[in-house]
Unconditional design. Structure first.
Lengths: 343, 333
């Protein structure tokens, strides 16, 4: 009687089992995927109603640091809450995209209530923004005018019920339940504790800030737009600052590019963008700014490049003052680029 | 003896045919099973059509010249009373024996003075007015973004409601049902906070006027966002359409838009008292599109700055031409 040779038979069986195993695994994967499909994306839903999800909890390393910030005479009013990009909207709703687009990593919040007065409580927000530039951007874009700078802080201010400051990669807010001097003082103590507890290399700086001329600079007016400055997609990492010149307030801007060629190209692209959006080239008073000056719906816009920097003046009321400010900027950048090339 | 002698060709063919037959049967079996399991229509909604709900229509009959009232004054209690009086009095809106649902903006667990939530004294006054009008029961409810209990407690709305005799209803899973908005593009088979409203006869919305980073402004139409359940943040991608659809979905009895202190920047959460500007304006309206069209001016916005207003008007949810409604404008010192 004939038979398949033994070795071939075993090989056949082995191959068959492997194929069956692969098919089985495929089936399991399909089953798992289908049982957890988010139908609501298609406008149909078989998922149960969801109430606000429970936020992720602190790690064992994070917990002690925040608990230690509790001020004397205060109790913890709530558990520490932690939010990540996926659920940040559950805490700050419509503001979430502002943070997420600026490099947001994690948010810790904690409330403390006075032991002697239940109407006195505060909430601490610690936003991890990944680096000092991102933290400064969020801080600067939301800075309240007419606020009081915090002493001994590079970037910090207070209002009648709240404190805001940058500490390394962290952007921190302390919001009080009332306009109470006592509460404000306590929040300042919490701020001091934060500076002690959260490590931060004090030598970390935002180099571009030193590039802005200090003469006539309105203190605390500097802002950082990480992307889409003035609505132009190409203009990222753009600093703006206000200057008081001849009684007028002028907004200057600067953005460092990869090199001289890139800066020239970016300046040209931004000028094209302005023209596409209704800007009209106009004659400059200063010949060096010819071809770089525009009338933008009755205001003056100036765009130029020096070395690797794109810079200019945005929506100035007075052309003469705008050009004066532009010259100040250009001179500063020329000095910087010459100093760098001398090194 | 060789293999060929052990496996004559006729036996190999027989074996082949047997195996081929088995394989054919197996394949045919898979094919038949696939045919039987095949669903040509695709996934069906998780909720059958007959289980979808529709929010009741809480609107009252229109009265020309009494659609909207704007009252200038610093005291919320006085201005809201005046506004409702000028629209025909609370009796126009609340009948004896009514169950009234009040839906204030209690989205955040922040103190009242920051203006991110409805003012608790204002909510309390509306609760009192409803009882004065003969209401049998007044509930105050919202589905906040933050933890509901914290929101009602820390905003002061919970305490104010209780002191005025109202009942706070916090959202629970079993209080939600699915709905589909006819002519809607986004609200399709979506869970909404339903049961407290199903049993109500009247619905009053109360909201502050706030800058909103995403939407431009948060006022009476945006207040209905609190009725949405599920992962409602997905609608942020098309914020104007969702706000317009909310105005189509919800037909309130009355909306109170509180412009006494307006959050002009850093909305919708604010955080500093300096984010607020005193505008001393109270708006009461049976048309929330009109209310918001007036209110946006207090944020130095034009109607064209908020596309959802025109979208809602186009869908028939209200009017942006406030002047055509002949609003009543008055002052209370």
């Amino acid at each position: 009687m004939g038979s398949v040779p033994g070795r071939a038979k075993h090989l056949e069986s082995a191959v068959s089992f492997c194929l069956l195993a692969v098919l089985f695994i495929i089936g399991i994967v399909i089953f798992i995927k289908q049982s957890d499909y988010d139908m609501s994306r298609l406008g149909v839903s078989s998922t149960p109603i969801e109430l606000p999800s429970q936020p992720p909890t602190l790690t064992r390393e994070e917990k002690p640091a925040l608990n230690s910030l509790k001020p004397q005479g205060f109790d913890a009013l709530s558990e520490t809450e932690v939010y990540e990009p996926e659920n940040l909207y559950e805490k700050i709703n419509g503001k979430a995209p502002l943070y997420i687009d600026s490099g947001f990593v994690k948010l810790f919040t904690q409330r403390f209530i006075s032991e002697s007065d239940e109407d006195l409580w505060m909430e601490l927000f610690v936003f991890d923004m990944a680096d000092i530039g991102n933290a400064f951007s969020i801080y600067s874009l939301q800075k309240r005018p007419d606020s009081e700078d915090l002493a001994d802080m590079q970037f910090g201010y207070k209002t009648s019920n709240s404190l805001y400051f940058v500490h390394g990669k962290y952007y921190i807010e302390l919001l009080g339940s009332s306009e109470s001097a006592e509460l404000l003082y306590t929040m300042e103590q919490v701020a001091d504790k934060i500076i002690d507890i959260f490590p931060f290399d004090k030598n970390t700086k935002i180099d571009e800030l030193a590039l802005l001329p200090q003469e006539n600079l309105v203190p605390g007016s500097t802002k950082l737009y990480l992307a889409n400055a003035f609505g132009f997609e190409g203009l990222s990492d753009t600093f703006t600052a206000q200057y008081k010149i001849d009684g007028e307030t002028i907004m200057a801007f600067l953005s460092e590019q990869a090199g001289i060629t890139e800066a020239k190209t970016m300046a040209e692209n931004y000028r094209k963008f302005l023209i596409e959006n209704g800007a009209i080239p106009k004659k400059a008073i200063d010949q060096s700014l010819e071809g770089k000056t525009f009338d933008f719906y009755g205001t003056t816009e100036i765009v130029f490049s020096v070395g690797p920097f794109v810079a200019g003046i945005h929506e100035a009321e007075n052309q003469q003052t705008a050009e004066k400010a532009a010259r100040l900027l250009a001179n500063k950048f020329r000095m910087f680029t010459e100093a760098v090339s001398d090194e | 003896m060789s293999n060929k002698e052990n496996n004559p060709p006729r036996r190999s063919r027989r074996r082949f045919l047997a195996r081929a037959g088995k394989a054919t049967v197996a394949i045919a079996g898979c094919g038949i099973a696939s045919y039987l399991l095949y669903d040509p229509t695709g996934p069906r909604p998780g909720v059958d059509a007959e289980d979808l709900v529709t929010l009741p229509d809480f609107s009252v009959p229109l009265k020309p010249g009494q659609t909207m009232c704007v009252v200038q004054g610093p005291d919320r209690t006085k201005t809201v009373n005046k506004a409702i009086e000028m629209l025909g009095g609370i009796e126009r809106f609340v009948n004896s024996g009514d169950t009234v649902a009040i839906k204030p903006n209690v989205a955040f667990a922040t103190p009242a003075m920051l203006g991110a939530t409805a003012n608790p004294q204002l909510v309390a006054e509306i609760v009192r007015l409803c009882y004065k009008g003969g209401a049998k029961k007044v509930i105050v409810t919202d589905n906040p973004i933050n933890d509901p209990a914290s929101c009602f407690t820390l905003s002061g709305v919970g305490k104010a409601t209780s002191q005025a005799g109202g009942k706070v209803v916090l959202p629970k899973t079993h209080l939600f049902k699915h709905t589909t908005l006819i002519d809607g593009r986004l609200i399709k088979n979506w869970p909404i906070f339903y049961e407290p409203f199903e049993k109500a006869d009247k619905l009053i919305g109360i909201s502050p006027i706030k800058h909103h980073h995403r939407a431009g402004a948060s006022m009476s139409m945006k207040n209905w966002y609190g009725l949405l359940g599920g992962r409602r943040n997905v609608f942020h991608q098309d914020i104007n359409t969702i706000i317009a659809e909310l105005a189509m979905m919800v037909k309130p009895t009355l909306v109170i838009l509180d412009g006494t202190e307006v959050m002009v920047t850093n909305g919708p959460t604010g955080g500093s008292v300096s984010d607020l500007k005193r505008a001393n304006t109270m708006i009461a309206s049976t048309d929330c599109v009109a209310a918001d069209s007036y209110g946006c001016g207090l944020l130095n916005l034009k109607i064209s700055d908020l596309p959802y207003l025109a979208q809602a008007e186009k869908a028939g949810a209200g009017a942006t031409d406030v002047k055509s409604l002949n609003p009543i404008v008055t002052t209370v010192t």
